[in-house]
Design a protein around this ligand. Structure first.
Ligand code: CP
Length: 303
């Protein structure tokens, strides 16, 4: 087994660790008691906005008895000119067990993990467009708990694939787990400009959604676009919005996902987001159990 020292991307988990994480999260979501890890500590270190991921890691840690300290860029000495590296080294010198990092720049969690002292585990909570491994893992947990057999499923991801770290982590994870058929749909400027393996690319949602078993909508990541320009607004909703009418062309049992935050009336209609096919609130609920499993495995890997 490869040592599980840091969670930087999907490849940080070998197959046995991936299985353990999903199994632990399933057990705890089913109501089995979770271990008690009192005496451990976690620093949430977010250099980019977050609602779900930050609170979910905090909730996960607290449910395991791990103490949590939250910090964001505006509250640190980074605003006084201290480098990110010096800030990280300062935090690491206080000997927390875990540092959860989100940053707008690709590769920051990996660079910080490379300088972390022994016993300090770095968890990537999303870096730029590169990776958001805990989101992809919690989505797979959600699909499994919804009874969806990935090997037999046609899963469509629609929206801003180019700037999405969630999509990159999903493509890697779903292909590793043997997804039946992976479809990726976006207007040309938002199609992936990276390797997508055997995934099929579409430039029309009406074609891509035919018979889909799962549809995952993505937000337009305007903050990662040059000058903030790009498709959007009413024209985007007309051609790419996930509406009840469009969903009627998917499989009758099709489930709908969105990693959040959602822009209602842009990439998804409220009728769909809040409708009976939606798994969006389940994703959030399962995220806490999945993150508990990640923290637990990182801490267990060193004993
Ligand atoms: N899905 C996700 O990363 O959401 P937040 O930005 O709210 O953490």
């Amino acid at each position: 087994m490869k040592p599980f020292t840091h969670l930087l991307d999907i490849d940080s988990l070998d197959d046995p660790t991936l299985s353990h994480v999903l199994a632990d999260a399933t057990d705890w979501a089913d109501g089995q008691p979770a271990p008690e890890l009192a005496g451990r500590s976690l620093i949430n270190c977010f250099f980019e906005a977050s609602t779900r991921t930050r609170i979910s890691f905090e909730m996960a840690a607290r449910r395991l008895g791990i103490s949590v300290i939250n910090m964001s860029e505006g509250q640190t000495s980074v605003v006084k000119g201290e480098s990110l590296e010096d800030t990280f080294d300062t935090l690491a010198a206080m000997q927390p067990d875990l540092i959860v990092v989100r940053h707008a720049r690709n590769g920051v969690p990996a660079a910080l993990a490379a300088r972390a002292p022994d016993g300090v585990h770095v968890v990537n909570a999303g870096d730029g467009t590169r990776a958001h491994p805990s989101q992809a893992l919690l989505d797979v947990l959600t699909l499994r708990r919804a009874g969806i057999d990935l090997a037999r499923s046609r899963l469509l991801i629609v929206g801003d694939l180019r700037h999405s770290r969630v999509a990159r982590s999903h493509i890697r994870l779903l292909q590793r787990l043997g997804i039946g058929e992976l479809r990726l749909a976006a207007p040309a400027p938002l199609l992936p400009d990276y390797d997508c393996g055997a995934a099929q690319l579409y430039q029309h949602l009406d074609e891509a959604i035919q018979g889909a078993d799962v549809v995952m909508a993505l937000r337009i990541q305007r903050e990662r676009m040059e000058g903030g320009a790009g498709p959007g607004g009413e024209a985007y909703y007309r051609d790419w919005g996930l509406t009840r009418e469009r969903l009627a062309d998917a499989s009758p049992a099709c489930r709908v996902m969105h990693p959040g935050p959602m822009n209602r009336g842009v990439e998804i209609d409220s009728e769909v987001a809040d409708g009976p096919q939606s798994l969006i609130r389940e994703q959030v609920r399962n995220g806490v159990y999945l993150r508990m499993a990640i923290l637990y495995r990182l801490l267990m890997a060193r004993v």
